[in-house]
Design a binder for this molecule. Structure first.
Ligand code: KIV
Length: 278
């Protein structure tokens, strides 16, 4: 076995190293094998199997209904398509909040059954005891503060966080506590850019990964379907940049297929099998 320094795979250590070197970290979500393979081939640093699968794949209004079993199935499919990117399983609502023992058992499933290398947990300073135990068990943890979708009912909707002084203080205190607990990264979601910048420079080792948190974070994440334009019409949060608009491409292709079938133009001779040759 080779122990050379040429790293073939992105790991949690790469996150710390990139922060130390001032290099940006790129992350996207994936929920299936094929998209995971595409992202991996592009050398994305990490793939989050987000509980946004609840919205994006399963059509729920919030992330709350998705189960551990479904998240594990998505994570295993993504892991099987990945050889470079770090795969992070997103712990769903109530899979870690009830007790540390519940959190260990469920986080362990992401590594044992989902073949992920890390998990993500929503919540700030109040989650530190759980996070420390997971890391002690050998389960790397990414934090997630700001607009945490599992707390949507407490937050009153997807609102920008860090506007009041008390919210700013809680976010900064939480980020520093997550860093101290050993998180290898922390998502900052829907945060005022000034507080995201402040948190990013206050954290000396733990990289911040922004989504709607401005350019000063150490890295960025987007939901892949959103950045490819595969979402409901009219969905256009300010932070979202669409790198492609695939919805009309798919609609056009499907309409053409339907008309070809209806008109007997598909399949043609080249697309059909002839009689078996003797
Ligand atoms: O579930 C998810 O996709 C996420 C990202 C938006 C950070 O948590």
């Amino acid at each position: 076995m080779s122990h050379s320094n040429s790293r073939k795979k992105s790991t949690v250590l790469s996150f710390f190293e990139k922060k130390a070197a001032g290099e940006k970290i790129s992350m996207l979500t994936a929920y299936d094998h094929f998209i995971a393979r595409l992202l991996d081939g592009c050398k994305i640093d990490a793939i989050l199997v987000g509980d946004s699968a609840a919205n994006v794949i399963h059509g729920f209004d919030t992330t709350l209904p998705i189960s551990m079993d479904i998240m594990i199935a998505h994570t295993a499919a993504v892991s099987r398509g990945t050889s470079y990117a770090l795969v992070i399983g997103d712990m769903p609502f109530l899979s870690f909040q009830p007790s540390i023992e519940t959190a260990i058992n469920n986080a362990g499933r992401f590594l044992k059954e989902g073949l992920a290398q890390a998990v993500k947990i929503e919540g700030g300073i109040e989650m530190v005891a759980t996070i420390k135990r997971l890391i002690e068990c050998g389960i790397p943890v990414m934090g997630h503060i700001g607009m945490t979708p599992q707390s949507i009912n407490n937050l009153g909707g997807p609102k920008i966080q860090g506007r009041q002084a008390s919210s700013k203080a809680y976010l900064l205190e939480s980020a520093l506590a997550l860093e101290e607990a050993g998180c290898f990264g922390c998502v900052l979601e829907l945060l005022q850019a000034d507080i995201a910048k402040k948190i990013t420079s206050a954290c000396k080792t733990m990289p911040t990964i922004g989504i709607g948190a401005g350019v000063d974070c150490d890295g960025q994440i987007l939901v892949t379907n959103d950045m490819l334009g595969l979402h409901e019409e009219g969905f256009k949060p300010k932070f979202l940049r669409e790198y492609a608009n695939l919805t009309p491409v798919i609609v056009e292709a499907v309409k053409k297929y339907i008309s070809d079938v209806n008109e007997g133009l598909f399949p043609n001779e080249d697309e059909s099998y002839g009689a078996a040759k003797r």
